[in-house]
Design a protein around this ligand. Structure first.
Ligand SMILES: *[C@@H]1O[C@H](CO)[C@@H](O)[C@H](O)[C@H]1NC(C)=O
Ligand SMILES: *[C@@H]1O[C@H](CO)[C@@H](O)[C@H](O)[C@H]1NC(C)=O
Ligand SMILES: *[C@@H]1O[C@H](CO)[C@@H](O)[C@H](O)[C@H]1NC(C)=O
Ligand SMILES: *[C@@H]1O[C@H](CO)[C@@H](O)[C@H](O)[C@H]1NC(C)=O
Length: 332
């Protein structure tokens, strides 16, 4: 097994040195500081051992409302990105569990893994069982929203409520004419990630062409993982995760969601997986979050919709106050 992995790593790194620089490893990499202690859930899946990093924070017993919120990060984010939301929830009495999915940030980054939304949902559900949590409010952002939908479909009894903040997967890009991008191509794009191209992408797609210095930290967090000792593994995981969200739509199953569901939608978001590879004439039809929130709310049986006309893909970062007011208002 180990030899196989080494061989694969060697083959991949040799293939890649030709086309792109390997990530620098200066031996002094410090991972992005997390606001609470990072714990590890160690488990075996698909014949390998993994460590899933997570934070698990509780209010004082006298202040607790005995409810748990699980926060699922997006693809270009980490558990740490949820800090402000977690603080708001904690002060309202919620226990908050925030995992890094396998392949991301502080979790292990397997080279061989059949990535599926089902598998990531199962891993997250196992973590909750490990923590003795049988029901939770599941809240996801971006890819975490798509994962939250899959989780809620698989584990309706565990999912007391579902909150989706600018989830991806409100449309099926391939059915709209976006061509398939091979994982190998996405991998090379991932390897080329750096602060300036990540920022440029987020600025146009996430923040409606605006920028505030408060967003820099989340770009730097990501750029450091790409540039750090795990950059190659992170890129390889990221490429397979992109394939996962492209090939595994959830949108057709929205009518099957049984729990109260809140959609928090920044309407200036234009995120659409594969847009850059799509024919010019359909690009402007993709990622229309001014329409997608309403479409989803019309087919999710117990949906509530809160739209932010001036916000983009990460409303919890762009306007935390308004975002959290809407969230807490719905939670009651
Ligand atoms: C996983 O961990 C266990 C316990 O440390 C070890 O016995 C086993 O060999 C490991 N499995 C793999 C596939 O590395
Ligand atoms: C889980 O795995 C990590 C390595 O990824 C290790 O540092 C930690 O000690 C393990 N925890 C337990 C409880 O075995
Ligand atoms: C970042 O990557 C782009 C290609 O996407 C490249 O043109 C640029 O020079 C890189 N910037 C740095 C600082 O490495
Ligand atoms: C080492 O690399 C990390 C990113 O991986 C960077 O943040 C840090 O500044 C680098 N340190 C030195 C001394 O170059």
């Amino acid at each position: 097994m180990r030899y196989l992995l080494q061989l694969l790593t060697l083959v991949l790194s040799q293939t890649l040195t030709a086309s792109s620089q390997s990530p620098p490893h200066n031996g002094t990499f410090t991972p992005f500081p997390y606001p609470w202690p990072v714990l590890y859930y160690n488990f075996t899946s698909q014949l390998q051992n993994h460590s899933m990093a997570y934070m698990d924070v509780s209010p004082s017993p006298t202040h607790s409302n005995d409810q748990t919120v699980v926060l699922l990060h997006g693809k270009n984010f980490c558990a740490a990105t949820w800090e402000a939301t977690a603080r708001v929830l904690l002060s309202a009495g919620y226990r908050v569990v925030i995992p890094d999915q396998l392949g991301f940030c502080r979790s292990t980054k397997p080279y061989n893994y059949q990535f599926s939304l089902h598998q990531l949902a199962l891993n997250t559900h196992d973590l909750l069982l490990h923590l003795g949590i049988d029901t939770a409010i599941v809240m996801g952002h971006s890819m975490g929203g798509m994962l939250g939908v899959r989780f809620a479909l698989m584990y309706p009894a565990t999912t007391a409520r579902l909150v989706l903040a600018n989830p991806i997967g409100l449309e099926d890009w391939k059915a709209l004419g976006v061509p398939y991008t091979p994982i190998d191509v996405t991998y090379r794009q991932e390897l080329a990630s750096n602060f300036s191209n990540l920022k440029a992408y987020q600025q146009t797609t996430y923040y409606a062409n605006t920028w505030r210095s408060a967003y820099d930290v989340w770009v730097q967090m990501l750029a450091d993982v790409y540039a750090g000792p795990e950059g190659e593994a992170f890129s390889w995981n990221g490429a397979r995760v992109t394939d996962m969200v492209f090939t595994q739509p959830v949108v057709y199953e929205f009518p099957l969601l049984t729990m109260p569901t809140l959609l928090l939608i920044g309407m200036k978001d234009t995120t659409a997986v594969g847009r850059a590879a799509a024919p010019m004439e359909i690009r402007s039809l993709l990622g229309r979050y001014d329409l997608l929130g309403k479409q989803a709310a019309s087919v999710i049986p117990r949906a509530a919709l809160v739209e932010f006309g001036d916000l983009g893909h990460a409303p919890q970062i762009q306007d935390p106050e308004r975002f959290h007011e809407a969230l807490m208002g719905w939670l009651g």
